[in-house]
Design a protein around this ligand. Structure first.
Ligand SMILES: Cc1cc2nc3c(=O)[nH]c(=O)nc-3n(C[C@H](O)[C@H](O)[C@H](O)COP(=O)(O)O)c2cc1C
Length: 190
């Protein structure tokens, strides 16, 4: 895209109307944030999880204050992070279904309480227990900063991405093969 193709819109009404369309262009890794203890548990699908800092290791997630998990995170000061694999799309749909509440969302899923008591989902690419370091409330959301307490890493790598309003599976082996096919001829050109 050359500079002459760009028509910047600086109308604030138009920006508000188009904000979702802008953000739909950004592929987001899909995770489920879990929270609560015992029978009082819930969880929600998110794409806002990201790394805040590596030294010290901290992550952040932006959570709507209306979401039932937000109250649980505030109360227990703990949460679980479950990074979903390509075969866990059904879980992503389940944990964003407003008709299923609290513990109901876990029905049929493989889950167990972590050492802190927070529920964790088996078969995830990575599972982390976090203690809340800080919650920064801004507008409709709370930016939750997590300190890592424990983790489990799966050997699987095929991830799940949400992009343009749909789930996309990244098949690690197939996509690496495709990448190799594309990059070998390019390497010859150089
Ligand atoms: C792909 C996807 C990503 C989402 N990302 C977020 C997010 O980052 N933060 C957030 O607050 N809600 C996010 N949501 C919406 C929540 O999953 C949804 O509002 C939540 O499950 C509501 O829970 P509740 O009915 O228990 O209150 C996302 C939904 C989907 C489908």
């Amino acid at each position: 895209m050359s500079k002459s193709d760009i028509h910047l819109v600086d109308d604030s009404g138009e920006i508000e109307r188009q904000f979702r369309s802008i953000m739909r262009r950004l592929p987001g890794g899909v995770s489920i944030i879990t929270a609560g203890n015992g029978e009082d548990i819930s969880g929600m699908t998110v794409t806002s999880l990201s790394s805040l800092s590596t030294d010290p290791p901290r992550l952040l997630v932006s959570i709507n204050k209306q979401a039932s998990s937000f109250a649980l995170i505030e109360r227990y000061r703990l949460f679980g992070v479950n990074i979903l694999g390509s075969d866990q799309q059904e879980l992503a749909t389940r944990f964003s279904n407003g008709r299923l509440k609290g513990k109901e969302r876990f029905e049929g899923a493989e889950w167990f309480p972590g050492s802190s008591g927070v529920p964790l989902l088996g078969q995830s690419l990575a599972t982390v227990e976090c203690q809340v370091e800080e919650i920064i409330e801004r507008h409709s959301h709370g930016i939750v900063v997590g300190r890592l307490l424990s983790f489990d890493l799966s050997h699987r790598l095929s991830g799940l991405v949400y992009w343009n309003g749909q789930y996309i599976e990244i098949d690690h082996d197939t996509d690496l093969d495709r990448l190799a096919e594309v990059s070998i001829p390019l390497a010859h050109v150089r």
